[in-house]
Design a binder for this molecule. Structure first.
Ligand SMILES: [Zn+2]
Ligand SMILES: [Zn+2]
Length: 202
């Protein structure tokens, strides 16, 4: 089992978003239990914030493997579904949908003042220390909160996203680079890649 330190190591820094992603992922693994070997976990994330790095490290659902799906909804919502690999015709799997409900605590007047100064470019030791302390306090709270304080959870059968397939590649008539078939476009009767299709260069 990976730890929060592993997550921080991968992400490069420690921040409240990462802590939230860590709590979401730990909860998902706890609820969905030890994964069977013939099951694959699929994650659908509805934002591309720091939290998603924690999801990748903790759950093993990664962008490169294709079992991390990004929906650009700008929502703090994470869905995890078990996909049985022996039965590829299934369109639904048992899953869990987690919405992050955590509200960061009201700032004190002092914290507000320091944040304003920080936003105006004040990088004095006093300001930096205050901003750092506020962030650490938030991270600490997230890591120690009870699940019910952080997450709103629903479970059940959830539609599985379509599996990543392997496509043949074609060669772009403009830049000469390879592009997978479903992403190729036709421009003036020639097969081109998306950047060349959208660009003006000829
Ligand atoms: Zn971060
Ligand atoms: Zn091209």
């Amino acid at each position: 089992m990976k730890s929060f330190e592993d997550v921080a190591d991968f992400h490069g820094h420690v921040c409240p978003g990462l802590a939230l992603g860590y709590r979401v992922s730990m909860f998902a693994l706890k609820e969905l239990g030890e994964r069977a070997l013939d099951e694959e976990l699929v994650a659908i994330v509805e934002n591309n914030s720091c939290a998603v790095d924690a999801v990748q490290v903790i759950t093993g659902c990664t962008f490169g493997k294709g079992n991390l799906i990004f929906k650009d909804y700008g929502k703090q919502v994470y869905t995890f579904i078990k996909r049985p690999s022996r039965n590829r015709v299934t369109t639904k799997g048992y899953g869990i949908r987690i919405s992050v409900e955590w509200k960061s605590p009201e700032e004190t007047d002092e914290e507000k003042k320091m944040w304003d100064r920080y936003m105006k470019g004040d990088l004095s030791e006093e300001v930096l220390k205050a901003v750092h302390n506020r962030r650490s306090k938030k991270i600490e709270m997230i890591l120690n909160a009870r699940d019910e304080e952080l997450l709103k959870v629903t479970t059940g059968k959830i539609d599985l996203p379509e599996e990543a397939r392997i496509y043949p590649s074609l060669r772009c008539a403009i830049c000469g680079e390879k592009v997978m078939e479903p992403r190729a476009r036709v421009k003036d009767g020639r097969i081109v890649c998306i950047p060349c299709f959208e660009g003006n260069k000829e």
